[in-house]
Write a protein that binds this ligand. Structure first.
Ligand code: ADP
Ligand code: MG
Length: 224
């Protein structure tokens, strides 16, 4: 379960203020996060992931109160429990497809890279149609291929929670349908909680719930 309670968050030196009195997402639920640009969708994902820390309030992610963890514990928790697909993919251009998918194993001392990880990375790449590109540098891939690499990386450690920031935003209709199929197949098979930012209102019926982030957006003046 994810639970946000009495959250306030501001970026230093910015007017933007996010206020979430309450938001609860039950385990295994799929949620579409909608709202205009600048309404705080990415900020909410980063708060749930523990990348950002709220000024006030509590966030429980998979029933763990992130505010009780220090920076390194929060980071280790994130890598082990949360699959993240970022808006800009955040791949490493000079590494191969395989090495990008394996990154979660490389960036935390809590996990040591095993052959099982390599096998799983290859299986995932095959599922998304990248089996023949495992050794290729990411900088030589198309946008659709990059997005699929980002998805494989997010699924490597079989996370119970998936946070995706416009995962189909840069894709043509065929790639979009493909990425969504992979995402929902995974979620249905693993009883995963999924939060996805999307601007595509045609997709909303595929999700259990829709949350409009505009309601959480308050200017500093409105608070004062
Ligand atoms: P969305 O994802 O809905 O487009 P964001 O969560 O990215 O919105 O941003 C919400 C607001 O916070 C915007 O006004 C944006 O300019 C501001 N913002 C985002 N990131 C930062 C940052 N690192 N520092 C200062 N302001 C930021
Ligand atoms: Mg955003």
């Amino acid at each position: 379960m994810i639970a946000l309670k009495d959250i306030e968050f501001r970026y230093p030196g910015s007017d933007f203020c996010l206020r979430v009195p309450e938001m609860v997402v039950a385990r295994g639920t799929t949620v579409a996060l909608i709202g205009p640009s600048g309404s705080g969708k990415t900020t909410i994902l980063n708060l749930i992931a523990g990348i950002l820390v709220p000024d006030t309030g509590h966030i429980a992610t998979n029933d763990v109160d992130l505010s009780r963890l220090g920076d390194s514990a929060r980071r280790a928790f994130r890598i082990q429990n949360i699959g993240l697909v970022f808006q800009e993919f955040e791949l490493i251009e000079h590494l191969s497809v395989l090495d990008n998918i394996l990154l979660p194993c490389r960036i935390t001392p809590a996990i040591s890279l095993q052959q099982t990880h390599r096998d799983r990375a290859a299986d995932l790449a095959r599922e998304v149609g990248l089996a023949d590109k495992l050794r290729r540098y990411v900088r030589k891939l198309s946008q659709g291929e990059r997005q699929r690499v980002a998805l494989c990386r997010a699924l490597l450690l079989e996370p119970a929670l998936l946070l995706c920031d416009e995962p189909t935003g840069n894709l043509d209709p065929i790639n979009k349908a493909h990425v969504l199929q992979i995402l929902f197949d995974y979620v249905n098979r693993h009883d995963t909680t999924l939060l996805t930012v999307t601007h595509d209102h045609e997709l909303l019926p595929r999700f259990d719930e829709t949350i409009d982030c505009q309601q959480f957006h308050a200017s500093s003046e409105a608070i004062a």
